[in-house]
Write a protein that binds this ligand. Sequence first.
Ligand code: GLA
Length: 753
Amino acid sequence: MKMLKLNLSTAALFAALLACGPAPARGVDIAQADRTGKLISIAAAHFGVLLQLGSDGRLYQVDSGRRLSPSSLYGQLSTDEVDDLLARPEAMVFTNGGKLDRETEYHPAFGDGFISEPAVQATHADGNNSTDLIFVTNQSTRLDSNITLTHIELKDRYYPFFVTLCVKAYHDQDVLEQWTEFRHDEDGTVTLFRFASSSSVIQSNQYWLTQLHGDWANEGNLEEDKLGMGMTILDSKIGVRAGRFRTPSFLLSIRNPAQEESGEVYGGTLEWSGSFQFAFDVNWQGQLRVLCGINPFASQYPLARGQVFKTPAMLWTWSEAGKGRVSRNFHRWARLYGVRDAGQPRPIVLNNWEATGFNFTESRIVSLFDGARELGADLFLLDDGWFANKYPRNNDGAGLGDWQVNTNKLPRGLSFLAGEAKQRGIRFGIWLEPEMVNPRSELYERHPEWAMAEPHRQPEVSRNQLDLDLTRPEAREFAWKVIENTLGSNPGISYVKWDANRYVTQPGSTYLKPDEQSRLLIDYNFALYDIMARMASNYPSVTAMLCSGGAGRADYGALKYFHTFWPSDNTDPLHRVFIQWGFSQFFPACALSDHVTKMGSRPFKFTLDVALSGTLGLDMDVAKMTAAERKATTAAINLYKQSLRDIVCQGDLYRLDSPYEGPRSAISYVTPDRARAALFVYQIQDAADQPVKLRGLDPAAKYLLREVNLPDGAVSRLPADGKTFDGAVLMGDGLAPNCQKQFESAVVELTRQ
Ligand code: GLA
């Protein structure tokens, strides 16, 4: 190994390359030999990737995971040496004569000798199916004290075809956010067949992959499998409501199955609500390549000269202290950058869906306001069924698309309802599904061509509805007007539940040209984000819940425009223990709506205790609750507002006992200053009482324990209630929650003394 300093002429060449912006003209090879060995580091506090330029002009990944570890550069350099090199951008390192393993190429393309699954595949304007990407420039810009943005420009060795790799490193949260931008200056259209957002290489002897899968009313299931040789794909191909069967997130554990508090684990989640693909390719050398991005299936993208195609971003984090830290990294990132207004307290919503379904009148709704007020809720959310007249929305078979108030049910309109709510001191919210249409609707009678459909095929409905084609400007404008007309003309509405209840099976557009059809599912989601972004910026004080027939859109692509998402229509608290455990791997509690309902007929304290560990809400007919239930709910809401909400929504999550592995689930949240914590224990099967060991506390501090959310008049059965313990003892010996029978539960507040 030899380290060289650039001589002046090389430095001048490098400066010239940087200065000339877009890469050199076609046919000009890029003189890079002198730069062979150049290192590029992209790093957060403890996690990063290290890249190196090979003698063939290609960019290679030489390390990932622990930032600049002694294993960097195949173990040839010490950490100090690597630090030294990176401090001097002119420093150069030669390894193996500059020849690097093709399998470790950072963002490989198809057609240049790379034989595994590529990150890029394109057909050039002249029909050439091959792409040969070489490094041109890199540039890092510090956006603020926490974020550094790196651009790495690659170019085809012959064609004016450019691929820019973009990575934002969030230092304190240990998160890398990566996307790719494509553009070209060829004479005609280039078709993109593969366009990964990220394409990382990980080197170990075993890889364990955890996915989050499910279906309607059965979301958030975790499953872990060992990756075998070859390709494993986790994906969605259904375009809209695309997360119905699988959420675009995963955990990847190195060497062993993922542990909660130990071991090397990567976490990945894609900021995209459409079809996605995660391809895990273990090659003959045992290296793993992980390709993440929009699913290229049936989605080749024609790119006009000068047009920029920007992929959605992939979020990566990494921990050598298990999946617990992976989750905390994502949560901390999300609270600052990923979820709307995450620092603001979420209102307590009372929703009428489970209480009334489609069947209600104005007076019935107004009567529910009184109950909401009595319990201490902040807002009443009117769900589906309030609109359409010619084809009234009395069930899911008609009316979608006709967003006029149903005058039979609500003769005095939405503003009247919002006013009635205001008089009772609560806010008013509304359910919308702006992207969809029932064939039995006036909208469909007027504009059947606005729905997605394939020529010569019978339209195939699901939940009796079709997707509007948002690539068509009139349909897009219509969807926006649904929001604007509802919110703009009813300023009393301050909450929206945005739903989307079907996926795509016939991705055809009467608007797009025949040779553009394959971009429909991608452009649909870009158009969708435009509308969501307009809603967020035009109505900044309207709180928004993201729903998609349950959790069909649990992703950070949409969440930046929403305050919470709806994790499932299954609100049975026994199932919710698992569902919340699953989503908590990637999403913070301030983003998970948790409603108290009657589903499952579980003991009421258990129901309340489960809902208290997320963003609390209710879906109940207060008139049908017993006096004891009303009292317990009012007390729980008070407790939540006064002390639990900020611990749960702003604290760090520690998952203590997994419901997948034993008879109970236990989690805790600890405030960032470790001054307060909340412990939640849910017994899901009968078992002897066992101490639960806390985590994340200050070991040297003393904490006062207080069991909360006890039924009226009940005395705590916790031996530790009202006593003070050292943090070290609570984490070492634990505390007995005195839960033994199925559905016993406990909530304990800890306060540093
Ligand atoms: C979806 C949602 C439910 C409810 C109904 C209304 O299924 O997940 O919460 O809003 O739509 O039709």
